[in-house]
Design a protein around this ligand. Structure first.
Ligand code: 1VU
Ligand code: MG
Length: 349
């Protein structure tokens, strides 16, 4: 057991010093692609400047006999591509799989200096993060990687949800957590057969009409993911790391995808996964505050002066707490504007 003071010490001689704060870099969409799929790989140089994060996926959705092709493809793409300020992430295979050890050995030694974040699927507790943490330190030292590769956990088992707080705080490498609704549904024995989104059967019904028992009663669909998403957001905020909604599998239903992403944004998430090029624009729109919201937030901040006391603005009471909410919006807008010239123009207007 290491002493609390050792939390920020490297876990291997020669490994880079862990970060004290997770750097906030825009990550509105984590764009998944299969590096072993030639058609997708060919699109990467064009897609790279349009996304915040590109993720070479090695796990689910890559067939067992294509695992090595995906891994080798990622090495090739990482070496051949200038990603500019777009982040490069990978999702490795699960810790109990026959592929994960070679995923880590190959990727950290071959392209460790280009990888920003490693996404780890099916994380069940702090022990999983501790294992990855030490192994990454050893590999970084061996490969001469100078900055620590960060770790992102997918919350996609019931045990993982039960331990989300300890996962979020397990290592200074922890960058964030994504909700993985498909594996989580299976792990919980939920009776859904989709990837994220709502379900028409999960609803509440209006009370019966006392005068007319046969009158139709309205139903209201409920959000299957609210509890888990909210719990994940709290765990991440408490540990200074970033929460994300994960995949939305109905690629053609762009409207419901936008709704799901917006719920996550409003609840505190900073981004979501895009599985298909059509979802990139949705995530960009949803996870960037609207220019109207930014203008309003700036007005509140200006009206509040030093941020204490209470004022009225357009009939609405503002105080220290709304000031802080508005700071969240403006800080996000400024971070996005620094990366995105279109937003810079829209927010300054
Ligand atoms: O026009 P072309 O034929 O040259 O190219 C196709 C297609 O290859 C390409 N494309 C992509 N390019 C880059 N990144 C992508 N993610 C991507 N997806 C497709 O775009 C062109 C048009 O594609 P399409 O509309 O004909 O779609 P397809 O039928 O080819 O592919 C649809 C799926 C969903 C299969 C594909 O988008 C995909 O595999 N996406 C990634 C899935 C994934 O990563 N799943 C794992 C994360 S979700 C999870 O773990 C929990 C469930
Ligand atoms: Mg999964």
């Amino acid at each position: 057991m290491r002493a609390p003071k050792d939390f920020f010490r490297p876990l291997a001689v020669g490994a880079p010093t862990p970060v004290r704060e997770v750097p906030f870099r825009p990550s509105r969409m984590i764009h998944f692609f299969d590096p072993g799929n030639e058609k997708m790989a060919a699109k990467i140089p064009v897609i790279a400047p349009t996304v915040d994060v590109l993720l070479g996926n090695l796990e689910d959705a890559v067939a067992a006999d294509r695992k090595e092709a995906a891994r080798d493809g990622l090495v090739k793409i990482a070496r051949a591509t200038d990603f500019g300020d777009t982040q490069l992430w990978t999702r490795i295979n699960s810790l109990d799989s026959p592929w994960v050890l070679d995923d880590l050995l190959t990727l950290v030694t071959e392209i460790g200096d280009k990888l920003d974040v490693i996404m780890v699927p099916k994380v069940e507790g702090a022990a999983d993060i501790h294992y990855i943490d030490r192994l990454l330190a050893q590999l970084e030292a061996k490969a001469g990687v100078r900055r620590p590769i960060l770790v992102h956990a997918i919350l996609e088992t019931a045990t993982g949800v039960a331990g989300v707080e300890e996962i979020a705080g397990a290592s200074p490498r922890m960058q964030g957590v994504s909700l993985g609704p498909a594996d989580l549904a299976a792990s919980r024995r939920m009776k859904t057969t989709r990837v994220g989104g709502g379900h028409p059967g999960y609803l509440v019904r209006q009370d019966p009409d006392t005068q007319d028992a046969d009158a139709p009663r309205a139903t209201y669909q409920q959000d299957l993911w609210h509890y888990t998403l909210a719990r994940m957001v709290d765990a991440c905020a408490a540990h200074g790391i970033l929460p994300y909604y994960g995949p939305f599998g109905d690629i053609k239903d762009t409207t419901a995808c936008e709704d799901q992403f917006r719920n996550a944004f409003l609840l505190g998430c900073v981004g979501a996964w895009s599985l298909h090029p059509v979802q990139i624009g949705i995530a960009k729109k949803v996870f960037s505050p609207s220019p109207d919201e930014v203008r309003w937030a700036r007005r509140v901040i200006e009206a509040m002066g030093d941020g204490t006391g209470a004022v009225m603005l357009d009939g609405k009471m503002q105080d220290d707490a709304t000031f802080k909410q508005c700071q969240v919006v403006v800080e996000l807008a400024e971070a996005l504007a620094a990366r995105d010239p279109e937003l810079r123009a829209a927010y300054d207007a």
